[in-house]
Design a protein around this ligand. Structure first.
Ligand SMILES: Cc1ncc(COP(=O)(O)O)c(C=O)c1O
Length: 402
């Protein structure tokens, strides 16, 4: 018998659901059904978007010229403001023509790999990694080579690790600092060493700086600023979502050499066209304003980071490194495997995450989603009281008191 033709293409059926969004959706659905769920799944600030940004959008809504298409690559004034903001915040100098405004940092990630990769080109990706990268690389026909890092190295890849993963087919290094999911921040000497290695090896670098302002004591260093030799072979991904509590507005950007940005703009012109005009006006207010709102949010995240780190380490079987950036902790939960938890004997972090939601109504994302089984990713971008209640429930569950 002839095999049934597949209804969905091989390319798209290979994409898995975003584990982080799935955990968040499950938590929100249970909450809506009246269950007292505490969600550590979502990577979004619990704060509202600052008022001056919302007001800019309201003003834009009232003006018919902002009801129209903009150029696919974004409003010229926004591209200019992003270039100015980048020079102010990281010291990286780009022309407005090197800025492409995208539907969130996520579209910038997708477009970066789609623009750089031919089938079979390899991308070196340090693990644990954010769930979207493997899918974006695979959709572009690329092949991911992971470099595993763990607590012992502070979740930082070394030049030796990266070199060991390099082959004749390697085209791109993905470099993310501060990291989702580990919160690791690369120190400047390591940024320099990795950047110099990439430049010497003739690699492209895609560097995701979306958490640049969420650092606690540590400093963010932009790779093409530390290693200017990379400027012609580097794409920077960024956006307003995390810095300005603007996840739902969907504004991000990529910065890159003119030819690559022009090619990515062509791609975007046939897929989504421009980002919502009103959202671009909101983003313009955000990036043109000062950084006082993010300073307030950073102070809250820092406080929660310390509480979370302390409380998790008090649970027998859980070990948690103190993250230096972003708003996630990435504790090891391997010490809980095989224990009796509510009559079950979990054998993986996925099993444990299921017990957490079913028995304690606490949503976490299992490390499997980030190429790191044995861990949980827990966002601390939620209210202090909720956070304490959620970790207390896990402590009770895992100690047998739950
Ligand atoms: C590392 C990283 N990059 C990019 C993004 C994309 O964010 P957005 O598409 O909401 O701008 C996220 C969001 O979770 C992220 O964690």
């Amino acid at each position: 018998m002839e095999p049934m033709p597949s209804r969905v293409s091989a390319r798209v059926s290979a994409i898995s659901e975003s584990a982080t969004l799935a955990v968040d959706a499950k938590a929100k659905a249970l909450k809506a059904a009246g269950r007292p769920v505490i969600g550590f799944g979502a990577g979004e600030p619990d704060f509202p978007t600052p008022g001056y940004i919302v007001e800019a959008a309201q003003r834009a809504c009232e003006q018919p010229r902002f009801h129209k298409y903009t150029p696919a690559a974004g409003l010229p004034e926004l591209r200019e403001a992003i270039a100015a903001k980048t020079a102010r915040d990281s010291g990286y100098q780009v022309e407005p023509g090197q800025v492409l405004v995208t539907n969130g940092g996520k579209q910038a990630v997708y477009e970066a790999f789609a623009t750089l990769l031919d089938p079979g080109d390899e991308v070196i990706v340090p693990a644990p990694y954010w769930t979207t990268y493997p899918e974006a690389i695979a959709l572009a026909g690329g092949v991911m080579r992971t470099v595993v890092t763990d607590e012992a190295s502070g979740y930082l890849a070394s030049v030796e690790d990266l070199e060991a993963a390099r082959t004749a087919a390697t085209k791109v290094l993905l470099f993310v600092s501060p990291s989702n999911p580990t919160g690791a921040v690369y120190p400047p000497d390591r940024v320099a060493a990795i950047g110099e290695w990439a430049a010497q090896a003739g690699l492209w670098v895609v560097t995701d700086e979306i958490y640049e302002h969420l650092v606690y004591g540590a400093e963010h260093h932009s790779l093409p600023v530390v290693v200017p030799d990379l400027t012609d072979t580097c794409i920077v991904v960024n956006g307003v979502a995390k810095t300005y509590a603007m996840t739902g507005w969907r504004v991000g950007w990529m910065l890159g050499p003119n030819d690559v940005v022009a090619a990515a703009s062509n791609l975007q012109s046939h897929t989504t066209s421009n980002v919502a005009n009103v959202s671009q006006r909101a983003a313009l207010a955000a990036v043109s304003g000062d950084l006082s709102a993010v300073a307030g949010m950073r102070a809250a995240f820092d406080r929660r980071r310390l509480i979370m780190h302390r409380m998790l380490n008090e649970i027998d079987g859980v070990e948690c490194l103190l993250p230096e950036g972003a708003f996630y902790v990435f504790p090891s939960v391997e010490g809980l495997f095989g224990r009796d938890i509510g009559g079950h004997r979990p054998a993986s972090s996925a099993d444990l995450a299921e017990l957490a939601i079913d028995l304690a109504q606490v949503a976490v994302v299992p490390g499997e989603a980030f190429g790191a089984p044995g861990y949980f990713r827990m966002s601390y971008a939620l209210g202090d009281d909720e956070l304490v209640e959620g970790v207390s429930r896990l402590a009770d569950l895992f100690s047998g008191a739950g």
